[in-house]
Ligand binder design. Structure first.
Ligand code: UD1
Ligand code: CA
Length: 451
């Protein structure tokens, strides 16, 4: 298979000045993951085993982000940003002598799908020497235009700055993604690319005309415009985010989830959603969230790195922070925050509560306004709440502390010591009544007043 021997080179050395950011462009996030991660995952999903990344000097964080997705990623530094051909050249040690095809992907083209990459590899298998992914642009401004010969074969690519008026009127554009059948062909073409153009840059796009002059076959694979959107600005980042969100929403619905108002629900690239899950309007889901079959997320919830068990309900207005794990049929209600805590099967945390660094046993009931005081200003401490325990409303559980199975905490308690199973703990000042006090005070106060 072609893809098993293929190498993908991802170009990401550009400064991305149009982003007006201190963060390298390809680290800007889409659906919770850096743009670069999306490109690397698409290559992996297409079965491409080897990947190289070209970064600029002082772009260590870009390399780190790449390695987080693909630990075998080979990283090359392009010392000066002299153009896309020069960038590919920087990765020469990766493709020199390689047997399979070489694909060049851009780190700023994050919506590319694995299916399209497979189509490119298919064209190489079918005899093409060079393949370019092209698209029909509604507004081609800024893109290289694809040029064809009289027989309709791909003949070259013209960058906008170098294009004639007639060429600028063309709308079939270069996505930037290019594939070469062999590393020898690529090396031979690269060595002849010059920089005699408006930008004075070495353009990879010049490889097409050179290949044709060598009698090689160049073909295009067409993709839709949104899939190859190049992100150069914050506005384009927002457009890409919207495209990606719709892909994720459609995938969730196709797998059997109900999204009442899908346009108001925001997923992450890795959100895992089971069947018969219902997500109400206005929910934001960060990375690392799993929602099992039959769970319901009510409106205005914010979830990150959490697990929601089958049949569990969350919200409205709940916040699950990293490490929140709700078991089957657990309930987390309004204005509840849960962090790094396990909520066992059937347990209820229904109102106005903070649970941090805790374990809540099965069927325990946590009253309104309960707070686990997990932080003493220096360290975090754990709270253990046994199965079937009942925590009265407005209680503070000062960690580290253990509440035994079936124990009962009186409302308004500040619990600082462990409570044995099935015990009652009340830790609040006893109530005191003064019979007639209010009436006496009222009478005294009204005496001095004139009518
Ligand atoms: C490029 C293409 C253009 C295409 C468009 C699609 C060329 C010459 N032009 O233009 O035909 O329509 O993409 O989005 O290829 N990079 C480096 N080192 C460099 C220069 C660029 O690594 O020296 C990287 C960038 O980080 C980026 C990618 O290559 O990931 C593309 O560079 P960019 O400057 O964005 O090219 P465009 O002007 O968009
Ligand atoms: Ca670009």
């Amino acid at each position: 298979m072609t893809q098993a021997s293929a190498l993908a080179i991802i170009l990401a050395a550009g400064k991305g000045t149009r982003m007006k950011s201190d963060l390298p462009k390809v680290l800007h996030r889409l659906a919770g993951a850096p743009m670069l991660a999306h490109v690397l995952r698409a290559a992996q999903a297409a079965g491409i085993k080897r990947a190289s990344l070209v970064v600029g000097p002082d772009m260590d964080e870009v390399g780190q982000a790449g390695l987080a997705v693909n630990p075998k990623l080979e990283i090359f530094i392009q010392p000066n940003q002299l153009g896309t051909a020069d960038a590919v050249k920087a990765a020469t040690p990766a493709f020199e002598g390689a047997r399979g095809p070489v694909l060049v992907l851009y780190g700023d083209t994050p919506l590319l799908r694995a299916e399209t990459l497979k189509a490119v590899l298919g064209e190489l298998d079918a005899g093409a020497d060079l393949v370019v992914i092209g698209f029909e642009a509604a507004d081609p401004t800024g893109y290289g235009r694809l040029l064809f010969d009289e027989k309709g074969r791909l003949a070259g690519i013209r960058e906008e700055k170098d294009a004639s008026a007639a060429e600028r009127a063309l709308t079939l554009c270069n996505s930037g993604i290019m594939a070469f059948r062999s590393s020898e062909a690529l090396a031979g073409l690269l060595s002849r690319i010059g920089n005699d153009n408006a930008n004075g840059e070495y353009y990879l796009t010049d490889a097409v005309a050179l290949a044709r002059a060598d009698g090689l076959q160049a073909r295009i694979v067409l993709s839709n415009a949104e899939e190859v959107l190049g992100v150069n600005s914050r506005a384009e980042l927002a457009v890409a985010e919207a495209v990606l969100q719709w892909r994720l929403r459609n995938a969730a619905m196709a797998n059997g989830a109900t999204l009442v108002a899908p346009e108001t629900v925001f997923f992450s690239y890795d959100t895992a959603i089971g069947r018969d899950v219902t997500i109400e309007p206005n929910v934001t889901i960060g990375p690392g969230v799993t929602i099992d079959d039959g769970a319901t997320i009510m409106s205005f919830c914010h979830l990150i790195a959490s697990q929601i068990g089958p049949g569990a309900t969350v919200g409205p207005f709940a916040r699950l922070r990293p490490g929140a794990a709700l078991a089957k049929n657990a309930r987390v209600g309004n204005f509840v925050e849960i962090k790094n805590s396990q909520v066992a099967e059937g347990a209820k945390v229904n109102h106005l509560t903070y649970i941090g660094d805790a374990r809540i046993g099965a069927k325990a009931n946590i009253g309104a306004g309960t707070i686990t005081c997990n932080y003493d200003g220096f360290a975090k401490h754990r709270t253990e709440i046994g199965a079937g325990a009942f925590i009265g409303s407005n209680s503070s559980l000062v960690a580290p502390v253990k509440i035994g199975d079936g124990a009962y905490i009186g409302s308004g308690s500040v619990i600082t010591k462990d409570v044995p199973a099935d015990a009652l703990a009340v830790a609040r000042p006893p109530q005191e009544e003064r019979i007639g006090w209010a009436a006496k005070v009222r009478a005294r106060r009204s005496r001095g007043k004139t009518k």
